[in-house]
Design a binder for this molecule. Sequence first.
Ligand SMILES: NC(=O)c1ccc[n+]([C@@H]2O[C@H](COP(=O)([O-])OP(=O)(O)OC[C@H]3O[C@@H](n4cnc5c(N)ncnc54)[C@H](OP(=O)(O)O)[C@@H]3O)[C@@H](O)[C@H]2O)c1
Length: 244
Amino acid sequence: MKKIVITGASSGIGMQLAKAYLVAGWQVIACGRDAKKLSLALGENTKNLQFCCFDLSNREEVIASTDQLNEIDLAILNAGTCEYIDEPKAFDSKLFERVIHTNVIGTGYCLEAVLPNIKPGGQLAIVSSSVTLLPLTRAEAYGASKAALDYLTRSLAIDLAPKDIDVSLIRPGFVDTALTQKNNFEMPSIITAEKAAQIIMQGITKRKQEINFPRGFFYTLKCLSLLPNALWRRIGINMIKPLK
Ligand SMILES: NC(=O)c1ccc[n+]([C@@H]2O[C@H](COP(=O)([O-])OP(=O)(O)OC[C@H]3O[C@@H](n4cnc5c(N)ncnc54)[C@H](OP(=O)(O)O)[C@@H]3O)[C@@H](O)[C@H]2O)c1
């Protein structure tokens, strides 16, 4: 039986991934902060489904709660948070720190915990975002955190290749989850978390280095990212909405 570790498995994309890998007959180590929330999302702890609870912004908690992990075939580092910078002149550095700490530093803690335990021939996947293709209004913290994950993942893909570990960078567009249900703006090409999990699983099975979706949305952003910076800046300014 193959073994997968998924962070952020209590909700949204991570929860759907955990369900899909359970159905496919994998042993799933589902990570989240709260065992009750995990069991409400996925069912009771069983031989095939084990919970691993930690706050990923706390290194000691991450390391202590993952010390039993071994012989991992696949680790998907998916947990993350999103907060927006609403007032750029009164820059909220605490918000900035929270987002960077959870999304970037927390991913580093998880890497410290899981990487020594991924088998040769195994895989690592990190969930970034399509936000990294272009600078967007209010995304100073979230976008910077995901841009850091892009670089981290692509760099790891080089250094882990000689260790026989394949690395996938996952960049979703809008997915309907608790994270986006807070958004008060239009989200083009939004898809369900079930669909997102299906696309991610297929990409990982094919050992794709990059899993970008939905395809049309990704290629639109990719084309826009080729515009001269000054032109994109003007488009970006037009996207600013006055706060209600
Ligand atoms: N939804 C989208 O449109 C979208 C687009 C691009 C990228 N993404 C990325 O996809 C990933 C999953 O997001 P989602 O949309 O599925 O959001 P979600 O439904 O809000 O799920 C987030 C998951 O991350 C976990 N998490 C958050 N902070 C944590 C912490 N400090 N310690 C441990 N676990 C923590 C949550 O666990 P708790 O239950 O403990 O809170 C939850 O399981 C994120 O990295 C997000 O940035 C999402």
